[in-house]
Design a protein around this ligand. Structure first.
Ligand SMILES: Cc1ncc(COP(=O)(O)O)c(C=O)c1O
Length: 380
């Protein structure tokens, strides 16, 4: 049962420079070949996720003895990588995911960028990658989004998805931490997660594959964890499920998280629970925001071990009334069905899930005041 803010939450609470203060700290080499307004319009008319990219990207290089340098917003394009680049062989990389939203008045904002900066560094520490200052992280985002502001869609539920990442680019086949890295941030306009109603997802509990184990990299946002989630994800899809849910590797009995989202359980007595941060799961910025909102609503919410058999029994008995998943992509999505070996239970979804979704999205979109300082204005 944890009530104290996590290390990431404490780091995320540090004050950040304003976008105007950061706007010119990275060089800008404008694209000579930006998309035409017509081409952009065509993209906006059928927004999906993650397959179309904007005109620019942020890019910096790290070399031992020099630190991070050559910080620039430059035209989007392929990288030249030596085939011996360490990332291609040993997977030394970390990444983040956040969104820029257009508010009703046309201004562009992002949500908890200080949290993503802190988590990128926490992931980097786990993978022996040099850290980037939160100021540089934010300057790359401000510079990129300002350069590609026309790419931020305004249709309801749409956003500009931002993908900062660091890869080990030293050409060396020895197994050790590389001496050279590239940081990049790319951006992709994305459509709404919910295209129909606020539909619940179905979740398949993987009986024998885990995404991470004790002492592993589960708390880091690094490609390897996602690579290990793909086979069970394919299996879940083959069985007709939307997502895979992972159990803890040590006991194979407790709920960890979904492949890309954290989980919350709502009990019929009004209390809630979410799996505690064991080191196996990725600590979501959305999870942290929801914990704060719930506690400020005087809801009892515990971070604890959630046994999967107990959860199934509690859903069957009606003790659990709602389960929801949360993360940057969907913000909050109801879980309508949970199945695995020997069980298959359904949930109706409900009011608590919807009210949390409404409150987080209202803050993100500036429809509600933000007493937490989570929203960050990017445009002037
Ligand atoms: C494995 C995993 N868990 C949880 C999350 C939710 O994190 P956040 O709320 O910061 O998007 C994500 C998404 O980034 C994820 O990939």
């Amino acid at each position: 049962m944890t009530q104290n803010p996590s290390e990431l939450e404490l780091a995320a609470a540090n004050p950040l420079p304003t976008a105007d203060e950061l706007a010119h700290s990275w060089e800008h080499t404008p694209s000579l070949n930006p998309a035409t307004p017509e081409a952009r319009e065509e993209v906006f008319n059928s927004l999906g996720f993650g397959s179309v990219f904007t005109d620019h990207m942020a890019h910096a290089i790290y070399e031992e003895g020099k630190g991070w340098h050559s910080k620039v917003i430059e035209p989007y394009g392929p990288l030249t990588l030596d085939p011996a680049a360490a990332v291609l062989h040993y997977g030394q990389e970390v990444f983040e995911g956040l969104k820029a939203y257009r508010h009703d008045d046309g201004s562009v904002w992002t949500f908890r960028p200080g949290y993503n900066a802190a988590r990128l560094n926490a992931s980097s520490r786990r993978l022996a990658i040099p850290e980037l200052t939160p100021e540089d992280f934010l300057a790359s985002i401000v510079g990129l989004v300002r350069a590609d502001e026309v790419w931020v869609p305004s249709a309801p539920g749409s956003s500009l998805y931002l993908r900062p990442f660091i890869i080990a680019t030293e050409a060396f086949l020895g197994v050790r931490a590389a001496h050279k890295y590239d940081y990049l941030c790319i951006a992709s306009p994305s459509g709404p997660y919910f295209t129909g109603g606020f539909e619940g997802i179905s979740v398949w509990v993987s009986p024998d594959y885990h995404r991470a184990g004790p002492g592993g990299m589960g708390a880091a946002k690094t490609g390897g964890n996602y690579a290990s989630s793909l086979v069970p994800k394919v299996m879940a899809k083959d069985e007709g499920f939307d997502e895979v849910c992972f159990l803890d590797a040590a006991t194979n009995t407790n709920i960890d998280e979904l492949g890309g989202m954290n989980l919350f359980i709502v009990y019929e007595d009004g209390t809630l629970a979410t799996p505690s941060l064991t080191g196996n799961i990725l600590e979501g910025g959305t999870r942290g925001a929801i914990l704060r909102l719930l506690r400020d609503r005087n809801r009892t919410v515990t971070e604890k071990t959630i046994n999967s058999a107990q959860l199934v029994a509690d859903i069957e008995s009606g003790k659990v009334s709602e389960v929801f998943a949360c993360g940057t992509a969907a913000v909050v999505t109801p879980v309508a069905r949970i199945a695995g070996e020997g069980f298959d239970v359904s949930l109706a979804g409900g009011e608590v899930t919807k009210s949390i979704y409404d409150q987080v999205t209202a803050i993100q979109l500036g429809h509600e005041p933000d007493p937490y300082n989570w929203t960050y204005k990017i445009t002037p």
